[in-house]
Write a new protein. Structure first.
Lengths: 389, 298
């Protein structure tokens, strides 16, 4: 079955290989130049001791645009894999009726599914990871300089998470295809769920995978990026406005707040005269210092990069395994032996076992043709024809 | 005689509709069995249950003594040609043969190659561009080259023109002669069934109405005509399949294993076509539903 799976998959595999090759060529052409620019600029600025300014002038375009595109591609490819490799895999067999050919060959449908899952799942992970490795290699000078690989938009493109995304997306597509028995809805479901996961995980899950570090320190005037007044009146009314940038290299800053010594947000402090436009910066800084403000920062340190990578990959792989398990349950053996799992699952009251809620919609689709892996036979209650009159 | 398919109280329900209900039958080995009935009668459901593609809702079915579709060994013993002969449209003829060889332990390479040659199929051609007749033939080769003990064919000739149909059935009969497999063939084309089948199962409105050797079935059915009789006064052992009454005359098609002795009746033999049509004309699940599926007389 592995050989046959590969035979059936050779076109898709060739398309993926060609795509990877094209991207590899683009990266190989632009990569050395990018590395050279970063190398010389960084060496020059390090001699002067401050690279913040120099980095700001570095490749905004076209490399910056290319970088953003490539990072987006690394997360889009698993999604595409789910939509175009996973979703049609079972759905097209069911739609075209070829499952009647496939599942009556001399192998059980469990073996059929295992081969498809194993072979194409592995190829999905390989494709995503190869792409990620190429992009990471290309972008490594930028990441070394900007130290932002934990940042959302960058994290997902490196390390091992792309393989986890690919496994999840593929299993998701396959499951959606088995459940809907239709290619297009399966593709749509895969797209929606995968996108939702990609939006929700960085926003809600990833920051909490490891308890973030809280740091509260006296506000250093050097870290203040903006100060001034809001709603100021000539008489010194209005509120003081202070913003600061924490200086923690490589960290993913989750929150950064300026608070009063009592711990309240420092957004209602009186503006005073010192920070109005007529006074010097020093006067304003001294005025701010008089409040003894504190800088409260929540962040994930850069050293946790690999730990976060492993956790997130583990979660996605776990989800992929759960979905794969669902597929096996769904496809099941054709019928249960008397006394087999069907009876063990009990519930003579439910007509078609655990999948009852999925049943009737597809069933009378076409005359007597609608068929498929409906596990769970009704035992115990011997059924009778409807009309007994 | 051993049974290749044995069903007891077999039923399959889709939602609220029973596609097959209370089906009890035994199909003997070594026969070419015709499964006849109108569209939607449950033929496909019965065959898919036997192929292990469906799980029964009620009752039980055994195929070649085992539960269908449960193991690779069981799957290898049953060849199945589904309705419309599904094939992978993008896969070549050679690709299909490779699939058969890789997925079936008992694959007969020599037979498959010979049949392909005889039919003049191009190995490089994609299945999607084959004609209907060629598709059906290729599907039959795939199922038969497994060397199955039982070959199930679901409406294999329904979509073929008369010439392709004849060729297909000829190919089937050659295969059966060569391999000695039992065959169950569903069709709503009586002429085809008459040509190749020696055992008959009549299925209408989800119920088995008659099952038995063609000759035994013909012998137990009588076309009777005689003076008008009140239907209520007919012998209890008679099962009236069809009746028409005019003021003076009654014409009946009855099934009975007893000889018709009443001299008032003129007893004429029934043709297979008459017999099948009479069953197909019977009103839905009205009178027949309560009756158990008829047993095999063997």
């Amino acid at each position: 079955m592995i050989r046959f799976t590969l035979l059936r998959f050779r076109v898709q595999a060739a398309v993926a290989a060609a795509g990877l090759l094209i991207i590899a060529i683009i990266l190989a052409v632009t990569g050395p130049h990018l590395a050279h620019v970063y190398d010389t600029t960084l060496r020059a600025c390090q001699q002067q001791g401050d690279c913040t300014l120099a980095l700001g002038t570095l490749p905004p375009s076209p490399d910056g645009t290319l970088r953003a595109l490539l990072y987006a591609l690394v997360v889009a490819v698993p999604g595409l894999i789910g939509m175009f490799w996973g979703a049609p895999l079972a759905a097209r067999e069911l739609e075209a009726g070829t499952f009647r050919l496939a599942w009556t060959q001399g192998i059980t449908r469990t073996r059929w599914l295992a081969a498809k899952l194993g072979v194409i799942g592995a190829l999905s992970m390989l494709t995503a990871e190869l792409l990620s490795l190429m992009v990471t290699w290309w972008a490594s000078p930028i990441e070394t300089a900007s130290m932002d690989r934990l940042a959302p938009g960058v994290f997902h493109a490196g390390g091992i998470v792309p393989a986890g995304y690919a496994a999840f997306a593929f299993a998701l597509g396959l499951t959606a295809g088995l459940l809907t028995r239709r290619t297009l809805p399966a593709i749509a479901i895969t797209l929606v769920i995968f996108t939702a996961a990609q939006l929700a995980v960085p926003a809600f899950l990833r920051p909490q995978l490891i308890a973030p570090v809280h740091l509260s320190s006296p506000l250093a005037i050097a870290s203040v990026t903006q100060m001034g007044t809001a709603n100021a009146t000539p008489a010194g009314g209005g509120t003081l406005f202070v913003q600061a940038q924490p200086d923690i290299p490589g960290a993913w800053i989750l929150s950064s707040d300026i608070v009063t010594p009592a711990g309240r947000p420092a957004d209602t402090l009186p503006a005073g005269q010192a920070c109005s436009e007529s006074h010097s910066r020093q006067a304003c800084e001294a005025y701010i210092a008089s409040f003894h403000l504190r800088h409260s920062v929540t962040y994930q340190p850069g050293s946790r990069y690999w730990a976060l990578q492993w956790y997130e990959t583990g979660i996605y792989l776990g989800l992929a395994l759960v979905l794969a398990g669902l597929c096996f349950l769904r496809i099941g053996p054709a019928a249960r032996r008397p006394g087999g799992p069907a009876r063990a699952s009990g519930g003579a009251a439910t007509a078609s076992g655990p999948w009852r809620w999925l049943g009737p919609r597809h069933l009378s689709r076409r005359r007597g043709r609608a068929s498929g892996p409906w596990p769970g036979s009704r035992r115990g209650t011997r059924s009778r024809p409807l009309s007994r009159s | 005689m051993t049974a290749v398919i044995e069903a007891r109280g077999l039923g399959k329900r889709y939602g609220r509709r029973w596609a097959l209900a209370d089906c009890t039958l035994a199909v003997p080995a070594g026969r070419v069995v015709g499964l006849v009935g109108p569209n939607g009668a449950g033929k496909t459901t019965l065959l898919q249950l036997a192929a292990g593609l469906l799980a029964p809702t009620s009752g039980a079915i055994t195929v070649l003594g085992h539960h269908p579709g449960g193991s690779p060994a069981q799957l290898s013993r049953v060849g199945f040609v589904a309705q419309d002969s599904p094939l992978y449209a993008g896969l070549s003829v050679a690709g299909h043969l490779r699939m058969g060889a890789w997925l079936n332990p008992g694959w007969d390479t020599e037979y498959a190659a010979r049949r392909i040659r005889q039919l003049g199929l191009d190995l490089r051609q994609r299945a999607g561009s084959l004609s209907g007749g060629q598709r059906a033939q290729l599907a039959l080769i795939l199922a038969a080259a497994k060397r199955p003990e039982l070959l199930l064919l679901d409406e294999p000739v329904a979509s073929l023109d008369p010439l392709a149909r004849r060729e297909f059935l000829q190919g089937l009969m050659e295969t059966v002669a060569e391999h000695g497999a039992s065959v169950v063939l569903s069709s709503h084309l009586i002429a085809d069934v008459e040509r190749v089948c020696d055992f008959l199962i009549v299925l209408t409105a989800s119920h088995v109405r008659a099952a038995g050797e063609t000759e035994a079935l013909l012998a137990s059915h009588h076309r009777l005509s005689g003076p008008y009789r009140d239907p209520g006064t007919l012998p209890a052992s008679w099962e009236v399949i069809e009746e028409s009454h005019t003021g003076k005359q009654s014409v009946l098609l009855v099934r009975t294993d007893d000889p018709v002795l009443d001299p008032a009746w003129t007893d004429r033999p029934v043709s297979l076509e008459d017999l099948i049509l009479a069953y197909l004309r019977q009103p839905g699940s009205g009178t027949g539903a309560g009756r158990p599926g008829l047993e095999v007389a063997s």
